[in-house]
Design a protein around this ligand. Structure first.
Ligand SMILES: NC(=O)c1ccc[n+]([C@@H]2O[C@H](COP(=O)([O-])OP(=O)(O)OC[C@H]3O[C@@H](n4cnc5c(N)ncnc54)[C@H](O)[C@@H]3O)[C@@H](O)[C@H]2O)c1
Length: 253
């Protein structure tokens, strides 16, 4: 698909990786609808991006909110041909910590946002994409989720996060298979360590040790580099049903 004719809904689009993708799409001439729980930041960022950007306050884990926001986004942009899932939370914690066992509802909350939210975005975006006229390659849309290398190498204290990201990886192939007849592709990107507000609290010591864990280039990735991968997925119709690691050869220990 042509990146400049992108009409994208972006969950978590008010910050970090989602915000970086939104800027790349708008800069290329496409349209974006940001879906995020952070209303102040979402409205401000949509205003900064200009008339090709809109914001719809959405808790991605809530079924009715996702349905309503994607309907509004589709009406606003005149359809949807791209969905990018970037909403997510870290949900760090041990199963059994000094403070006590991890509460089941804490684990459930991380599942609701990172995994159920990704399912709801997939379902609602695909529903709208099915209405599109196919392009000359038969494509009606593409869905791109953000997993993590923690899906494959979950670290100590990442029980909930890794479980949700592995679950997300598991959704990609069945989604691609189911939507193949509609010309809708499903992909995921598994980033290593990226410079976003999610990483802001990291101390200098830990930051250096994280840099050292990336063979090359030994630094955090940037939202621009993430957006470049999204762009390639949108433009390359053979990319379907798989997960791209974007990690500078980092393997979490
Ligand atoms: N930064 C990294 O190093 C890194 C690495 C691997 C994967 N990821 C994944 O990338 C995605 C984006 O992360 P980021 O680093 O840009 O973080 P971020 O904190 O900058 O952005 C996450 C966004 O999601 C939104 N959000 C949180 N809960 C939500 C909810 N219930 N409904 C709607 N929006 C909600 C937040 O308001 C925020 O705008 C996440 O899924 C994260 O797990 C990040």
């Amino acid at each position: 698909m042509n990146f400049s004719s992108t009409k994208a809904v972006i969950s978590g689009g008010a910050s970090g990786l989602g915000a970086g993708v939104a800027k790349a799409i708008v800069d290329a001439g496409g349209q974006v609808a940001l879906l995020d729980i952070n209303e102040e930041q979402g409205n401000a960022y949509a205003a900064e991006l200009g008339t090709n950007a809109s914001f719809f306050k959405t808790d991605i884990s809530k079924d009715e909110q996702v349905t309503a926001s994607i309907e509004k986004a589709s009406n606003h942009m005149g359809g949807i041909n791209t969905a990018i899932g970037c909403a997510g939370v870290l949900g760090n914690g041990r199963i059994l910590s000094k403070k006590g066992p991890m509460p089941g509802d804490f684990f459930q909350k991380v599942v609701d946002i990172n995994l159920v939210g990704s399912f709801l975005l997939t379902r609602e975006a695909a529903k709208h994409m099915q209405q599109n006229e196919p392009n000359e390659q038969g494509e009606r849309g593409v869905i791109i989720h953000t997993a993590s290398i923690a899906a494959f190498e979950g670290q100590f204290g990442q029980i909930a996060y890794s479980a949700t990201k592995a679950g997300l990886v598991g959704m990609i192939l069945p989604a691609a298979r189911e939507f193949a007849r509609d010309g809708i592709r499903a992909m995921a990107i598994a980033p290593g360590i990226f410079e976003t507000p999610m990483m802001e609290g990291v101390s200098d010591d830990i930051r250096q040790s994280l840099y050292d864990s990336v063979p090359f280039p030994s630094r955090f990735g940037t939202p621009d580099e993430f957006a470049l991968t999204v762009r390639h997925i949108v433009e390359n119709p053979m990319l379907n049903g798989s997960v791209i690691r974007l990690d500078g050869a980092c393997r979490l220990q």
